[in-house]
Design a binder for this molecule. Structure first.
Ligand code: GTP
Length: 327
């Protein structure tokens, strides 16, 4: 086991960005992920310990029930921004995340430095250049908690900057958190699927559907609806509203999208399903390497070719244009 953990210590940490509708339980889920990973690390030799690195990206949250390594609220103060620029709550939130996005390269740099660190005591130089011991653990996951307002994170340029900055350096996946008890209502289930689908198309990163609050409602019904649209259509058959008819049509169109999506039922309160969740996170690395990373690398080399061609044009600027031959 220790060897495996040591291997894990060497592995690049995986970024897990939680997204989902307001109140679906993102913050509680992040808190549970941290507790779960700390519990796993308990009893391990100091040099084998791997812990999560946690980032709060919600500037408006009043209470964060976990200790974040990086907290957006330490850098931008959204209430002050609202006062200073006469903004409403959403404007304040959006401005706060936009300002933070301008510093996000520093966040990724911090994560990279932390990821390069081995477990145990480190000899580091303090401000006076004196050697001192600093305790640090290797990190296995970087977990990001995001604001519930989709227009602030999911659909803003900043959300994309955060996700792409991480994904350019670390394997990254999205944990789309769903409120399972609310999804027992077929139309709410479809709204969540539509939402998840749009996030997937915008971010193009591996996604895991996390059916949360399974201590209240088990999620098997949702899996059945995902895998068999007839099952879903039966559940919604008594509803004759316009929204229900739209949901029926959507179930035909979207089945291909969500039918094969990795999903797991968890309870952020009891901790059930967490091992399965992290197995899916680890499995998502392969998809990240196969799809996202390959596209990223080919885009980078296309950019390089573009730059080279640009340089050739620039260096050719001083040359005389070919003169027409006069007979
Ligand atoms: N029973 C139960 N309640 C949960 C679970 N997860 C979260 N909750 C509750 O759901 C409510 C919302 O949870 P949050 O974690 O604040 O949700 P959120 O998605 O971060 O909320 P926003 O940031 O406002 O979008 C809280 O009352 C939680 O206690 C769960 O697994 N089971």
């Amino acid at each position: 086991m220790p060897d495996e953990r040591r291997e894990e210590g060497k592995r690049k940490p995986v970024v897990v960005l939680t997204m989902g509708m307001a109140g679906s339980g993102k913050t509680t889920f992040v808190q549970r992920c941290i507790a779960h990973l700390h519990q796993k690390a308990n009893g391990m030799k100091e040099e084998d310990v791997c812990l999560p690195y946690v980032i709060n990206l919600d500037p408006a949250v009043t209470h964060v029930p976990y200790e974040a390594n990086i907290d957006i609220r330490d850098t931008v103060h959204y209430k002050e921004l609202m006062q200073e620029y006469g903004l409403g709550p959403n404007g304040g939130l959006l401005t706060a995340v936009n300002l933070f996005a301008t510093k996000f390269d520093q966040v990724v740099e911090l994560c990279e430095r932390r990821a390069a660190q081995e477990s145990g005591l480190e000899r580091t130089a303090d401000e006076d250049g004196e050697d001192e011991d600093e305790r640090g653990e290797a990190i296995n996951y970087i977990i990001g908690d995001t604001p519930g307002q989709i227009e602030v994170f999911t659909w803003s340029a900043s959300g994309q900057i955060f996700a792409e900055s991480f994904a350019s350096q670390f394997p990254t996946c999205i944990a789309f958190v769903v409120d399972t008890p609310k999804c027992t209502e077929p139309r709410t289930f479809m709204s969540n699927m539509l939402q998840a689908c749009s996030v997937l198309y915008k971010y193009k990163l591996p996604m895991i559907l996390v059916y949360n609050k399974c201590d209240i409602s088990r999620h098997e019904f949702a899996i059945e609806w995902m895998k068999d649209f007839e099952n879903y259509q039966q559940a919604i058959s008594t509803d004759t509203s316009y929204a229900a008819s739209l949901s029926r049509s959507l179930s035909l169109v979207l089945e291909d999208f969500y039918g094969n999506m990795p999903s797991v039922g968890v309870s952020s309160v009891t901790g059930s399903g967490m091992d399965e969740f992290f197995n899916l996170v680890d499995a998502s690395v392969e998809e990240y390497n196969e799809n996202y990373k390959k596209t990223l690398e080919s885009n980078k080399s296309a950019e390089k070719v573009g730059e080279l061609l640009g340089d050739m044009k620039v260096s050719g600027q001083g040359a005389k244009p070919p003169q027409p031959h006069h007979l």
